[in-house]
Design a protein around this ligand. Structure first.
Ligand SMILES: NC(=O)c1ccc[n+]([C@@H]2O[C@H](COP(=O)([O-])OP(=O)(O)OC[C@H]3O[C@@H](n4cnc5c(N)ncnc54)[C@H](OP(=O)(O)O)[C@@H]3O)[C@@H](O)[C@H]2O)c1
Length: 151
């Protein structure tokens, strides 16, 4: 199964200014909706609380501190699923990621919630694809494959 981390990120590596902030600054919400439609989407409870739009048409799995990431993934019967933040949840699922879809935005927060809120193992990434989001602003989604494979 492909386990795809999908996120908008600032140029200094943050995904939000603080844990209660919704992602109002991202320009790739339409792409997120298109790519995740029909697939299971895993997110942490803080992220779920910050959602500003309903994500219909996909199975949303909200993660709490006592959930075991390996068991959550083992319970999913799908070709792929998405890890949709936040920083704590991204870190907890980091060792299972097969792909990263990152959309760097032209902004610096100078602090906040990092892509991974905990230390993770070093990961080699192989570039696969770049999708334009807003060419005039230099916003593209970069798709990478990791060297992790999950059955
Ligand atoms: N830029 C983007 O594309 C993007 C994408 C996704 C999210 N975000 C942003 O990321 C932010 C949320 O990120 P986040 O890292 O704060 O939260 P999160 O990963 O969404 O949720 C927090 C997770 O950590 C657990 N947790 C909380 N306190 C803990 C503790 N002391 N020990 C162990 N686990 C604990 C929670 O479990 P419990 O439920 O048991 O507390 C929950 O599973 C929001 O602002 C959201 O908008 C941005």
């Amino acid at each position: 199964m492909d386990v795809i981390l999908i996120t908008a990120i600032t140029q200094d590596g943050f995904i939000a200014r603080h844990a209660n902030e919704g992602v109002t600054w991202s320009e790739d919400l339409y792409l997120f909706k298109k790519q995740t439609l029909g697939w299971p989407v895993i997110m942490g409870s803080n992220t779920h609380d910050c959602l500003q739009t309903e994500l219909e048409g996909r199975d949303i799995i909200v993660i709490h501190r006592n959930d075991d990431p390996g068991k959550v993934l083992a319970g999913i019967n799908s070709e792929k699923c998405f890890i949709a933040g936040g920083g704590k949840t991204n870190a907890r699922f980091s060792s299972f990621l097969t792909h990263l879809y990152l959309t760097p935005h032209p902004v610096l927060f100078g602090g906040g919630i990092p892509l991974f809120s905990d230390t993770i193992d070093e990961m080699g990434l192989t570039f696969e694809k770049m999708i334009p989001v807003n060419k005039n602003k230099g916003i593209f989604q970069f798709q990478y494959r990791t060297n992790c494979k999950i059955n």
